[in-house]
Write a protein that binds this ligand. Structure first.
Ligand code: NDP
Length: 479
């Protein structure tokens, strides 16, 4: 089986322990490659390399930009290869990896590579007494930890601003989906990225991840993952006064008013419910429909969901591929059972799918629709992170706002209405970091991205992310 290797100080290398564990192809339920079981010693080596590389890397934005653009071009050159690897590793349809994950990975790098060419500093003139100017200097070595749902997409969303800002990086992709980060390290070598600028340490969160959080020379942590893991990370990093950016879970409301454009609302809601098997932190897992439209919506939504094809991720016809891991499949199935115990009716799906051929042992699940639940039950309060949505009726703006804002999360919300005043009213009152009106997942990389409440701290995107990886310094000169 192919061995994935760490990327430390510019070299592909085995972990210090010499140990590897299996990387499972979720569509087949079988191991297909080996992941380094790295620990604190590997993180220490990576951090030392990153410290050594920092002085040179942090000096010229122009040089950084040129090499990052080159890496983005190599990602684009290898789009098909990377998309195939992502699909095999994660279980997502290869068509999605080709159209979303890999193009977005290249876009992330290109966006920050070019943003640093357009930065300017602010100055404040204090009457005739002084000039103040504000400098942003790269913070040093930073840690970037990313999850398994959009592997290369979210990995690059973190490392690109960090590297562009002039920091050097120790990064850990999820142990469940390490392959594209490994292929990416080979592209960095090909592009001539100086040794030690980016270091990728593979392994499990509790060992390799925790070692990154604990390392005293890693000055900032950018983390995307679950809220529970985010709390553990904050508990370690906050007393060390590390800068923290946490992008955590969501339980996003999808609010559909009776005056919406029905066709658009229903088509996009199929996407926002089941794209990537519902394993996107921005998926709208709680659908609220204004009562006059409720019956029609449930019937039509169910009909269209029935037509979705759960199948081999490598087949271009497939709409939903495999769930990323067996553990996660069982977690999602347990939530479907919980929903039944809580009085919900499974109007569509709810069961594991058994495919034939090479996918016979894969982790497939029917897209699932549940009705008849209260907004307060656990099914509607906890993140499921799978192809499972609930649909509930509402009668007024005030009522649906109460439902929408009733969870501990506040990542994203979608509102469907043709009434512009209502759209503005609702957008102002929904407690979430991102609100989409009459669309979903329409992203402009310049906009702030992140969650309120337990969905996170800080914002990624645009110049915010570059700022996160820098220290701000004001220089006051007496005239
Ligand atoms: P986890 O929180 O389980 O893991 C995220 C990453 O953290 C993985 O690389 C994991 O490693 C690592 N990790 C785990 N424990 C530790 C630790 N103690 N110290 C350091 N690192 C650790 O999340 P998932 O991978 O399961 O991803 C799904 C979650 O991510 C969902 O809750 C989803 O909502 C959220 N998410 C949020 C997004 C946002 O932008 N707000 C976007 C996408 C997902 P390993 O896997 O090796 O254990």
């Amino acid at each position: 089986m192919e061995k994935i290797l760490n990327y430390i100080n510019g070299v592909l290398t085995e972990p210090v322990s010499g140990k590897f564990f299996n990387n499972i192809n979720p569509a087949e339920g079988k191991p297909y490659s080996l992941v380094p079981d790295s620990g604190a010693e590997d993180v220490a080596k990576a951090t030392a390399a990153a410290q050594h590389a920092f002085a040179k890397w942090s000096t010229s934005a122009k040089d950084r930009s040129a090499i990052l653009v080159k890496i983005a071009e190599l990602v684009e050159r290898d789009l098909d290869k990377l998309a195939l690897a992502e699909s095999i590793d994660q279980g997502k349809p290869v068509t999605l990896a080709r159209s979303l994950d890999i193009p977005r990975a290249a876009a992330n790098i290109r966006f920050y590579a070019t943003a640093i060419l357009h930065e300017s500093a602010t100055a404040h003139f204090t009457d005739n007494e002084a000039i103040n100017y504000t400098q942003h200097t790269p913070i040093g070595v930073v840690g970037c930890i990313s999850p398994w749902n959009l592997p290369l997409y979210l990995f690059t969303w973190k490392i690109a601003p960090a590297l562009a800002a002039g920091c050097t990086v120790v990064a850990k992709p999820s142990e469940i989906t390490p392959m594209t980060a490994y292929l990416f390290s080979k592209l960095c070598i090909e592009a001539g990225l100086p040794a030690g600028v980016l270091n990728i340490v593979h392994g499990v969160g509790a060992r390799a991840g925790q070692a990154i959080i604990e390392h005293p020379e890693i000055k900032a942590i950018s983390f995307t993952g679950g809220t529970v893991t985010g709390k553990t990370i904050a508990a370690t990093a906050a007393p060390m006064f590390k800068k923290l950016s946490l992008e955590l879970g969501g339980k996003n409301p999808n609010i559909i008013f009776a005056d919406c454009d029905f066709e658009k609302a229903i088509n996009t809601s199929i996407q926002s419910s089941f794209a990537n098997q519902g394993e996107i932190c921005l998926c709208g897992s709680r659908i609220f429909v204004e009562r006059p439209l409720y019956e029609k919506f449930v019937a039509e939504f169910t009909e269209r969901t029935k037509k979705l094809i759960v199948g081999d991720p490598l087949d271009d016809e497939t709409n939903l591929g495999a769930i990323a891991s067996e553990v996660h499949l069982n977690k999602v199935l347990a939530y479907i059972e919980l929903a039944k115990q809580e009085g919900g009716t499974v109007v569509q799906g709810g069961k594991q799918v058994k495919l034939a051929g090479r996918c016979a042992d894969g982790y497939f699940l029917e897209p699932t629709i549940i009705t008849g639940l209260s907004h307060t039950c656990r099914t509607n309060q906890e993140e499921i992170f799978g192809p499972v949505v609930t649909i509930m009726p509402f009668d007024s703006e005030a009522e649906v706002l109460e439902y929408a804002n009733s969870t501990t999360y506040g990542l994203a919300a979608t509102i469907w209405t043709e009434n512009l005043k209502r759209a503005h009213r609702m957008a102002a009152l929904v407690k979430s970091g991102i609100v989409w009106v009459n669309c979903w997942l329409l992203r402009d990389l310049r906009t702030p991205f992140g969650g309120m409440k337990q969905s996170g701290i800080g914002r990624e995107g645009g110049f915010e992310a570059l700022k996160f990886f820098t220290d701000e310094k004001n220089v006051c000169i007496k005239l």
